[in-house]
Every structure is written in structure tokens, then in C-alpha cells.
Design a protein around this ligand. Structure first.
Ligand SMILES: Nc1ncnc2c1ncn2[C@@H]1O[C@H](COP(=O)(O)OP(=O)(O)O)[C@@H](O)[C@H]1O
Ligand SMILES: [Mg+2]
Length: 360
């Protein structure tokens, strides 16, 4: 006679049986293993009680007496949440695209990455690893890039929250959506949660209307909630407009570090230029010269410059029907149309903000 259990050894069928009997959803991968344990438990329980115990009873008893199912359930739940929230896994190599001399790389390494990776040593010396940090600086300076690179260096998940997504149900629901998102995120582990355009969420309450105040208030409640969690979650917020942020949000105790992300020095530019140059069809290139020509450029400016150079080379070869090699002259030509984006005023404002707002 066929074993009546055998069809249940199909992973999906096991998932369905466990869900139906125990109300717990587990991944098909783990369901087969779990189902065989429940069957074994049914047999053991029947032996102990000297009667045939039903599968539902065995399942409930197994759940009550093992912490394995909740942990598997948690894993499943986390996987589902990660997918729902668009969790990405970022390669470790992204951290290396940033030059050691590019501020704030060394600071981030010292204050964020090392305390989170060297857990034992942090505990020994009473260093409290950060839970919430804020990046500020002009557009295109690499704030988002830093947040992603941190996730890569830590080998954690990266989840990005864009304020406009919180606004999909209308302005009145932003606070509730923010709470829901933060509550979901707090169930995850080893995650960098990145909130871009943070001023949209935490704009000054003095200037804002009633709705904006409720969003800022909600956020002020969420930060301590996130900090009290044992799971490894790093909240990284970024803004181009630190002056617009509510002063309550900037007080000590909320963000562990408030970090300026500013201009690139020669070495910082060289690293990024090398990264983009590798993608071009180049001829005679004197690196020193390009580094000099791009003084005052942000990473975003450099990226835009290279797009323009690539397009130019592509069109040139199409028109002339012969191999086109990008040279320093190509850059000099394109640079006439691509000036650095940061004005002197913006740079001066940033320098002042770095003194007024940084907490590192
Ligand atoms: N170190 C880097 N190497 C290569 N590209 C970079 C680097 N830093 C930033 N970029 C690129 O420059 C652009 C602007 O960076 P981004 O992080 O979006 O700036 P911000 O968030 O400050 O506006 C992005 O396309 C990013 O990929
Ligand atoms: Mg950004």
C-alpha cells in the first residue's frame, strides 16, 4: 500500500499542510524538513501517551515545545518583508570605488563600520555602535553612494525609502505610512535603511503646516523605537538642505552622527575618474590633466561629464566610420559645455553648515 504521507513531501504541499494545521507559513525549502519533524513528533507523542495522537495535536504540541518553528517563520517573514520593501544586496566592491581620501570615508569607517563589525571589541571598550546617522551636503556629492557602500561593506541588506512613496495615499497618510514602514523595517535584521530627501519628512515644524508637524513628530517617536531594538538596523538619512530640518531632530540623542559629505580632492577625483575612464574607448590620456580639469566637480558632475564624452565618441565614430579614441582633447572640448555644478555660494554655505551642524 502507498504511504499516505508521501504526497506531502512535495515542498509546496508541506508548506500548505503546515499552514493549514498550525497557521504558520514556512518557506517550501524548510517545509519538507519541518514536516518530517512534525511526523516524528506525532509518533513520539503517541508512544508517550499510549494512544494515536492526531496530526493537528502533534503539530500544535511541536510548535509549543520548539523554538525552531518561530525562528523559521521569522526567516520566512523577513524574506517576505525584504522583497516587499525592495531590499537589495550590494557588493563589497562598492566601498572601494570611494577613495580613502574622500571625506567622510575614513570617518565612516572609524565611527560606523568598525564598531558594527568589531562587536566584541566595541563592547569591551564601551563603544556604542551607531543606529542612526544623517548625511548632509550639496546635491551629487555622493550621499546615496555612501549609504549603499556602507551596506556593501557591512554585507547587510539595503532598503531605500523615498518620501514620495510615503505620499502615495495623500498627504494625510504620510505619518501613518512612515510608522508602518518603520515598524516593518524594525522586524528585519542586518539592514541599512536609507531615507533620501529627509527634509521632506523632517522639515522644520515652525515653518510647516499641521500635517508636516505630525510627520516630524511621528519620526521623532520612531527613532527611539528603532534604537531600542536588538536587531542590527542602521538608519541612514540624507538631505541636501540641512537648514530646513527641524531643530528637534538635530538634537543629541536622535542621530548618533551628523556627517557632512562635501567636495572631492585630487585623490578622490582620481579614483572616480579611473572608474569611469575604464568604460571608455580611450587613446592618449594623461590622468593628471583630467584631474586638474575637473577641479570643483562633484561625483555627479563627473558621471555626467563621462556620459557626454561617451555620447560624443559614439556619434563621432558613427559619422566618421573609423575608430574614435577619447583623448584629453575630447575632455577639453566637452568641458566647455559641462561646468561644475556647485556655485561658490553653495560651497561657502556648506562650509558654514559643516561647522554649525556636524556631530561626529
Ligand atoms: N565614489 C564614487 N565612485 C563612482 N561614482 C560615484 C561615487 N560617488 C558617487 N558616484 C556617482 O555620482 C552620482 C551622484 O552620487 P549620489 O550618491 O547620488 O549623490 P547625492 O546622493 O549626494 O545627491 C551617482 O550617480 C553615483 O553613482
Ligand atoms: Mg542622493
Amino acid at each position: 500500500m502507498n504511504d499516505p504521507i508521501s504526497p506531502d513531501l512535495i515542498p509546496e504541499a508541506c508548506t500548505n499542510r503546515i499552514l493549514e494545521l498550525c497557521g504558520v507559513e514556512v518557506e517550501p525549502d524548510t517545509a519538507v524538513n519541518l514536516w518530517s519533524k512534525i511526523l516524528e513528533h506525532k509518533w513520539l507523542l503517541s508512544e508517550q501517551l499510549h494512544r494515536d495522537v492526531g496530526i493537528k495535536t502533534a503539530c500544535a504540541d511541536f510548535l509549543e515545545n520548539t523554538d525552531q518553528v518561530p525562528s523559521q517563520y521569522e526567516l520566512h517573514e523577513r524574506g517576505r518583508l525584504l522583497r516587499e520593501m525592495g531590499g537589495q544586496f550590494i557588493g563589497k566592491e562598492m566601498w572601494d570605488t570611494i577613495s580613502d581620501s574622500q571625506p567622510p570615508k575614513q570617518l565612516v569607517q572609524r565611527r560606523i563600520i568598525l564598531p558594527l563589525t568589531e562587536e566584541g571589541l566595541s563592547r569591551k571598550h564601551g563603544v556604542i555602535p551607531p543606529k542612526a546617522i544623517l548625511f548632509f551636503g550639496p546635491p551629487g556629492t555622493g550621499k546615496t553612494h555612501f549609504a549603499q557602500a556602507i551596506a556593501g561593506a557591512l554585507r547587510w541588506w539595503y532598503i531605500e525609502i523615498v518620501p514620495s512613496v510615503l505620499m502615495v495615499d495623500g498627504v494625510e497618510s504620510i505619518g501613518a505610512n512612515l510608522r508602518e514602514t518603520m515598524e516593518k523595517a524594525s522586524k528585519l535584521d542586518e539592514v541599512v535603511l536609507f531615507i533620501d530627501e529627509f527634509e521632506e519628512i523632517a522639515g522644520s515644524r515652525d515653518m510647516a503646516d499641521r500635517i508636516d508637524k505630525s510627520i516630524t513628530n511621528e519620526f521623532l517617536k520612531q527613532i527611539p523605537m528603532l534604537k531600542n531594538k536588538q536587531n542590527k538596523i542602521l538608519l541612514v538619512c540624507a538631505t541636501n538642505y540641512i537648514r530646513q530640518l527641524d531643530t528637534a531632530i538635530l538634537r543629541p540623542g536622535r542621530f548618533d552622527c551628523i556627517i557632512p559629505v562635501g567636495g572631492l580632492d585630487r585623490e578622490g577625483r582620481t579614483t572616480i575618474l579611473e572608474h569611469y575612464l575604464a568604460k571608455l574607448n580611450t587613446g592618449d590620456i594623461v590622468m593628471e590633466k583630467i584631474v586638474e580639469l575637473t577641479s570643483g566637480f562633484t561625483p555627479a558632475d563627473i558621471q555626467y561629464l563621462f556620459q557626454q564624452v561617451a555620447q560624443f565618441a559614439f556619434e563621432k565614430e558613427l559619422a566618421d566610420k573609423k575608430d574614435y579614441l577619447v583623448t584629453v582633447e575630447t575632455f577639453t572640448h566637452i568641458l566647455q559645455k559641462v561646468p561644475p555644478s556647485l556655485s561658490i555660494e553653495v560651497i561657502e554655505e556648506f562650509k558654514k553648515d559643516s561647522v554649525d551642524y556636524s556631530r561626529i
